[in-house]
Design a protein around this ligand. Structure first.
Ligand SMILES: [Zn+2]
Length: 223
């Protein structure tokens, strides 16, 4: 059976609603962390690309869900759909409140703050931007690199505050004082209300990013 690719619009919808949180991790343990993962077909029919049939699962739970085991009761479709409803509720609660409080403190209309999710790559990344009272922006970025060989993952995290200049927030890491290494640089370029492009320089030298972890790429605003 040839595998039909899930349409980009449906993929985006699932990624934006799940914010790359695994519904089984959340349902079983209340774990709401960003995870490297994949979009699973809940009825195990790869041709059924209805959004209702799709859920973002972490790599471990995706493997487990798809595996056929007679030893123990596997996850059921009803169970995962239930967790998915609860996860989506929890996420919209959490992120909608965040937006509400931000807006309340902002005198001016500002479309920059929000959560941005990277698209077009299996390696998850997200950037959370809030506006500070002094007018600068606080940026918290997380990224994951998933090994294609063993499924293991490396993580990276950056947090900083900076100004917005000509639709760009720029960050240069001066924490490494050794002369022989170039400074890491990150540029977040806001294209319109919903997109941002991240460009990096010298990422291979950044000790705060795990091996192969990158923040560069195209992001869509999710809240
Ligand atoms: Zn999981």
């Amino acid at each position: 059976m040839t595998r039909k690719r899930v349409s980009q619009a449906t993929q985006d919808a699932v990624l934006l609603k799940s914010k790359r949180r695994c519904c089984i991790c959340f349902g079983l343990q209340g774990d709401i962390d960003l995870k490297p993962g994949q979009i699973a077909h809940l009825d195990k029919n790869n041709q059924n690309d209805a959004e209702e049939n799709l859920a973002f699962l972490c790599l471990t739970h995706h493997d487990q869900y798809d595996s056929i085991t007679r030893q123990s009761k596997n996850f059921t479709i009803g169970e995962v759909k239930h967790y998915r409803v609860r996860l989506y509720e929890k996420l919209s609660e959490q992120f909608d409140n965040l937006t509400f409080f931000e807006n309340k403190d902002n005198a001016i209309d500002d479309s920059i703050p929000g959560l941005y999710i990277r698209t077009g790559t299996p390696h998850s990344a997200e950037i959370q931007i809030t506006r500070l009272l002094d007018g600068r922006y606080h940026v918290s970025a997380d990224a994951v690199w998933v090994s294609p060989y063993h499924g293991g993952a490396h993580l990276g995290q950056i947090e900083f505050s900076s100004d917005l200049k000509e639709s760009t927030i720029e960050y240069i890491d001066f924490s490494d004082f050794s002369d022989d290494r170039p400074n890491y640089k990150l540029m977040l370029i806001f294209k319109n209300n919903n997109d941002l492009i991240a460009i990096e320089e010298n990422a291979e030298w950044a000790t705060f990013l795990g091996m192969n972890v990158r923040l560069a790429g195209d992001y869509i605003k999710s809240s």
